[in-house]
Design a protein around this ligand. Structure first.
Ligand SMILES: [Zn+2]
Ligand SMILES: [Zn+2]
Length: 172
């Protein structure tokens, strides 16, 4: 039965060196701002899997996985978008191992699951959040949604200069 968790006491597991544990947690996520848009997270509380390994040299290797669906506007066509994001993040925390081996989410064996989940989701976002991968976006000339207008949507192009020359010849 998953437990709603904001932070987690790693020490309470009393893992011995080399031992590991997999936990199912519920983690609450706040709305996310990306570009100029705000995206709601659905569900707001995600089911996450947390793998904890107690390393032989002390400290922990951690892996956090969950799926979240964002709800907001497509960055190309501005229609509603619900991109699904799969998060798979790893952290190592080894006291005395130097800055690189110190996780910013672990303090005195207390893991900030919520803060880590929030940052990991932000890092897992693609460059653009779209209604669908091949969203055609808006017409650069008239602003019409090209997903609906279809491939036949076009505007009269400015005449090519070569054709202009030809039409001059015709006038002679
Ligand atoms: Zn779109
Ligand atoms: Zn157009």
């Amino acid at each position: 039965m998953p437990v709603r968790t904001d932070s987690f006491d790693l020490g309470a597991l009393r893992l011995s060196s080399g031992e590991g544990r997999r936990l199912e947690l519920e983690v609450a996520l706040d709305a996310l701002t990306f570009g100029a848009q705000t995206y709601e997270i659905r569900p707001r509380v995600v089911d996450a899997v947390l793998d904890i390994s107690c390393m032989t040299r002390g400290g922990y290797a951690l892996r956090l996985r969950f799926d979240a669906v964002l709800r907001g506007s497509c960055m190309r066509c501005l229609e509603p978008a619900q991109p699904a994001i799969a998060v798979d993040a790893r952290e190592v925390d080894q006291p005395g191992g130097g800055d690189e081996l110190q996780s910013p989410y672990v303090r005195d064996q207390e893991l900030d699951v919520r803060g880590w989940a929030r940052d990991a989701l932000a890092l897992a976002l693609p460059a653009q959040l779209l209604c669908r991968d091949d969203c055609a976006g808006l017409c650069a000339v008239c602003g019409e949604n090209l997903n609906e207008a279809g491939p036949e949507h076009a505007h009269e192009r400015a005449p090519d200069s070569r054709w202009a020359k030809l039409s001059e010849l015709k006038l002679d």
